[in-house]
Design a binder for this molecule. Structure first.
Ligand code: E8X
Length: 598
């Protein structure tokens, strides 16, 4: 799906700003949306999560539908154009009404969807747009919520009187089986864009390297009669090659490759033309390959220095915040990091565009998190497989052309030990499905939680072993000697698999400003001790090809006995101020090169 572009043949109208908003009050039924009801509500900004915008606690506790409404008029001079409404992300389920007509619905809160409204939207005439948003999570959604159970850390197995276990008193509440606040709403931009009636519907670019030449394979999908063409310009704007037809292969002599920062993340610009239509996109010439225990970018072994992150900030919630994204890129450079994982959902497209330009490497993850948290076999009782496949298909369709994206993560910490056969069948087939979808053939993984790695038959089958381990925090808490012992027993196991291993999560909750002369948990000194102790073990293992502390920054979660104002494992505070550990990694990572470290 192409990102909206304004150019000589296309227009983009931003529909963000103040919208009327109202939480459903349960008196009207599923996904009901009435102009008068909504107009009596409050004003909220789009894009943003609605949860932290208003002082009414209901905005954070809400479980169910919420309604947005605005009117708009587009200019008469667009009367002959194709008109498309595009929603970059509505979390988690959306029903969209244009002038009272249901024009589209979408399940999934982190990927774009659109509706062709040509002929429905009349240029020069005021239109009404209503978006009904459902924030409920359960065993059929990604991310997954418990159904009638308890929150992330709780358990339904507690031996309590039946009247309590029945929880009959409970109003409908969301029970996230994941450790981040269930921010909801129109979280990313809403736009109306136009194209000519015959238009370019998709462009796929994959690249290769042949000696000093760059190889560019292109496929252009069009709607309408005629032949497409493509022109490629270098960073100075000079045309370096061009081609005719809807697909082909081009060569660029003495090509400049895309390298992670501080290398040069060189970008070329492809301009595609078809009839009156035109579309341009930046791309980089680079290759990605797993070879033995090495992760090769442009044929050289890469070492991942970076983080698990979140899209999370005060007041915005999970709402798109370009200012924050730019600040995060600055902090990533400041720490001499080179990568991050989009934990635990696809991020806004603008962040990938920034990373293409800034040379930051991305592990692109689906919202498949929280799959488990019940005593039953989630793979048998859940109803999420077709949605998971849709999400992977849409994720690859959206992000396939980004040079910064080097690997797909199908999900985070699913239950893969308790149910070996059903889990194996689920993930092995999904791995094959994902591999087949990516025209660039990127490595595929999923991120495995602390488990019995000897029983887990799935993680070892991934292209790259991505593990989250909390030796010294969640287990062997505070005892770093024991943590090192247990970690090395596990690393001995992974050494035998002859695959690259990335520690995609390890960390310690740390209260900024809490200092101790003898490091103990929650102090800044302990966070440094924890990382320095564990990193020393990674440095002894050639197959450990990446370290992603959890987390880049503190972030908001559901309230609970283990969360003091959210998850505090950040190297940075939520407003991006460095803790001691950020300074520690900055010093460490300055000494670790992107390539040939191992
Ligand atoms: C944590 C992280 C959580 O924030 C992340 O979304 C997934 C968790 C650690 C493993 N991984 O809790 O800080 C949880 C193990 C529980 C025993």
């Amino acid at each position: 799906m192409l990102y909206p572009e304004i150019n000589e043949s296309r227009n983009v109208i931003d529909l963000g700003g103040a919208w009327s908003f109202r939480l459903d009050d349960g008196t009207h039924g599923e996904g009901w949306a009435d102009s008068a009801f909504i107009s009596e509500g409050v004003q909220v900004p789009v894009p943003a999560s609605y949860n932290d915008i208003n002082e009414d606690l209901e905005f954070r506790k809400h479980c169910g539908w919420a309604y947005y409404r605005r009117t708009f008029t587009i200019p008469k001079n667009l009367a002959d154009e194709r008109l498309v409404l595009r929603f970059d992300a509505v979390t988690h389920y959306a029903k969209v009404y244009l002038d009272g007509e249901l024009i589209t619905e979408h399940k999934g809160g982190f990927l774009p969807f659109e509706a062709d409204v040509t002929g429905k939207l009349v240029p020069g005439k005021e239109a009404e747009l209503i978006v009904a948003v459902d924030n409920r999570i359960n065993h059929s959604t990604l991310p997954m919520g418990n159904e009638g159970g308890t929150a992330f850390f709780g358990s339904d197995n507690a031996d309590v009187p039946s009247v309590i276990a029945a929880k009959k008193w409970r109003r409908p509440v969301n029970l996230p089986n994941f450790d981040f606040f269930n921010y909801a709403g129109i979280n990313r931009p809403v736009r109306l864009y136009t194209t000519p009636m015959s238009y370019i519907s998709d462009v796929t670019i994959t690249t290769g390297i042949d000696g000093s030449s760059g190889i560019v394979h292109y496929v252009i999908t069009t709607e309408g009669n005629g032949e497409a063409s493509i022109e490629i310009r270098d960073g100075s704007g000079k045309v370096v090659t061009e081609g005719k037809g809807n697909s082909g292969t081009l060569h660029i002599e003495n090509a400049r490759l895309w390298w992670p920062y501080p290398g040069e993340p060189y970008l070329y610009k492809a301009t595609v033309r078809f009839g009156e239509d035109a579309y341009s996109l930046d791309f980089g010439i680079r290759t990605v390959k797993v070879e033995g225990t090495r992760f090769l970018i442009n044929g050289r072994p890469f070492y991942f220095k970076g983080f698990g992150k979140h899209e999370d900030s005060a007041i915005h919630g999970r709402g798109f915040d370009f200012v924050l994204d730019m600040k995060d890129i600055s902090m990533i450079h400041w720490m001499d990091a080179n990568s991050f994982r989009t934990s635990h959902y696809p991020y806004a497209e603008e962040m990938y565009q920034l990373c293409d330009r800034e040379g930051i490497v991305i592990i692109d993850e689906t919202p498949a998190v929280g799959m488990g948290g019940t005593t039953e076999d989630i793979y048998r009782i859940g109803n999420f497989r077709s949605h998971h496949e849709d999400v992977i298909k849409d994720l690859i369709a959206r992000d396939k052309n980004h040079p910064s994206v080097v690997m797909w993560s199908m999900g985070n910490e699913p239950d893969v030990v308790t149910y070996p056969d059903s889990a194996y069948d689920y993930w092995h087939s999904l791995y094959e499905y994902t591999k087949a979808l990516d025209p660039d053939g990127r490595p595929v993984t999923f991120v495995c939680n602390q488990n019995n790695y000897e029983r887990d038959r799935i993680t070892r089958e991934m292209d790259v072993i991505c593990i989250n381990r909390y030796y010294g925090w969640y287990n062997l808490s505070g005892d770093m000697e024991a943590a090192v012992y247990a970690l090395n027993i596990e690393l001995d196991f992974w050494e035998k698999q002859n695959k690259p291993v990335i520690m995609t999560e390890y960390g310690a909750d740390t209260l900024p400003g809490f200092h101790l002369s003898s490091p103990e948990m929650f102090s800044e000194e302990f966070q440094v001790l924890y990382y320095d102790t564990i990193n020393k073990e990674f440095d002894k293992r050639s197959f450990m090809i990446g370290e992603h502390p959890w987390n880049f920054a503190d972030f908001n979660t559901i309230q609970g006995p283990m969360r003091a104002d959210g998850n505090r494992k950040g190297l940075l505070t939520r407003d991006r101020r460095p803790k001691m550990a950020a300074h520690y990694f900055r010093k460490r990572w300055k000494e670790i090169p992107n390539f040939d470290y191992k």
